[in-house]
Write a protein that binds this ligand. Structure first.
Ligand SMILES: NC(=O)c1ccc[n+]([C@@H]2O[C@H](COP(=O)([O-])OP(=O)(O)OC[C@H]3O[C@@H](n4cnc5c(N)ncnc54)[C@H](OP(=O)(O)O)[C@@H]3O)[C@@H](O)[C@H]2O)c1
Length: 342
């Protein structure tokens, strides 16, 4: 399709609107020899996608760390895209954190994430990148959405206030993908993963998500002979967890088998209470002490379970069960305890 170029200094709104009503595109195998850029290739998700692309024979993978290429720097992003001309882009770069980080630094989570994704998506559009996968998060859905959460519940209620800034940035990303499809007819897609865990996770006590935080806490308690571990909240909220290698497989599957404007939920379709998860972690690390629950601390959303029928209909389901996934993540954590993000 002919369309005016996007300049680094211009927003997409300054361009003449395209006439497309959406792409007419049949997904199929990606070209293993064409340049594919994984934004955020050193992160939990990006590194898993990178490993799996490598294992699937992709020979021209492109990755840049944030110190090599700050995706908040629009000119640098445009220059990078012009030089590398990726044919496919997976956008797994983002400022990511747990409840504490999100609620303490909301403006960073809003502003950095908006800038990262707008720059990458605008630069991809300028280079006419044919296939883009944008990754968001299940926090885009209303706090009190009916369970399991279907894709269509987006924007039907209030967000969880502790991470609303992050969620709004991610919702803007979905809208940008949909708008590019509408305006320029490019078959770009979005996926919304549930809580992820696995090798490469952030185990920092201040910035991490619940599962890596539990692994670290219980493993340190075992090591130090601590008799009681105290966790935040009542332990009753239900959460869904997906191993990041499954997530990576789902991403590649969607790129090769799915096309559509709606974001696709990526999860297992099964949840467990935080108490149950803590029990699995305690036994995986070999902790034999007691667990107490500090009910003066907030629980957050009572349940978060994604409806994964759209993903199932696209022909994908997870392979790694929770006990095995947690056990191998504990192993990875112990091997990398001196170099993990803390
Ligand atoms: N972790 C989860 O449970 C989870 C759940 C649902 C959705 N997701 C989504 O998956 C995506 C990736 O999350 P993740 O867990 O993999 O996060 P992560 O481990 O923190 O990795 C984030 C990546 O983004 C890169 N990045 C951050 N700021 C950057 C910047 N200014 N310029 C260039 N690169 C930058 C980092 O690069 P460097 O390492 O080089 O600094 C890092 O590789 C996010 O969109 C997130 O919403 C994650």
């Amino acid at each position: 399709m002919d369309r005016p170029p996007v300049a680094a200094g211009l927003g997409v709104n300054s361009m003449t609107a395209g006439e497309s009503t959406g792409p007419d595109y049949t997904p199929g195998p990606l070209d293993r020899d064409a340049p594919l850029y994984v934004a955020g290739h050193r992160g939990l998700v990006g590194s898993a996608i990178w490993r799996q692309l490598e294992a699937s024979g992709f020979s021209d993978l492109i990755g840049r760390s944030s110190s090599e290429l700050d995706l908040k720097d629009r000119d640098a992003v445009f220059t990078f895209f012009e030089a590398t001309k990726p044919k496919t882009v997976v956008l797994a770069a983002a400022k990511v954190g747990g409840i504490l980080a999100n609620s303490t630094y909301p403006v960073d989570f809003l502003s950095d994430n908006l800038r990262i994704q707008v720059n990458v998506l605008d630069a991809a559009l300028a280079q006419n990148v044919q296939r883009v996968l944008f990754l968001g998060s299940s926090c885009i859905y209303p706090k009190l959405a009916p369970q399991p959460i279907k894709e269509e519940y987006l924007l039907t209620g209030h967000l969880e206030p502790t991470n609303d800034a992050y969620a709004i940035a991610k919702i803007a990303g979905i809208l940008q993908i949909q708008s590019v499809r509408k305006q320029y007819g490019l078959p770009w897609i979005s996926a919304m993963p549930t809580n992820l865990y696995g090798p490469g996770d952030n185990f920092s006590p201040k910035g991490s998500h619940v599962l890596p935080a539990l692994i670290r806490r219980y493993d340190e308690a075992r090591r130090d002979g601590i008799e009681t571990v105290t966790n935040w909240g009542s332990g009753s909220p239900r959460r869904e967890f997906l191993h990041v290698d499954d997530m990576a497989a789902a991403c590649i599957h969607l790129l090769e088998h799915y096309d559509g404007p709606d974001q696709v939920n990526v999860g297992t379709g099964e949840d467990a209470t935080i108490k149950e998860i803590a029990g699995i972690v305690a036994s995986a690390v070999g902790y034999e002490g007691e667990t107490e629950w500090d009910t003066s601390k907030p629980d957050g959303t009572p349940q978060k379970l994604l409806d994964v029928n759209k993903l199932r209909d696209a022909g994908w389901k997870p392979q790694i069960d929770l006990e095995a996934g947690i056990a191998s993540t504990v192993e990875w954590y112990r091997e990398h305890v001196d170099s993990v993000r803390t």
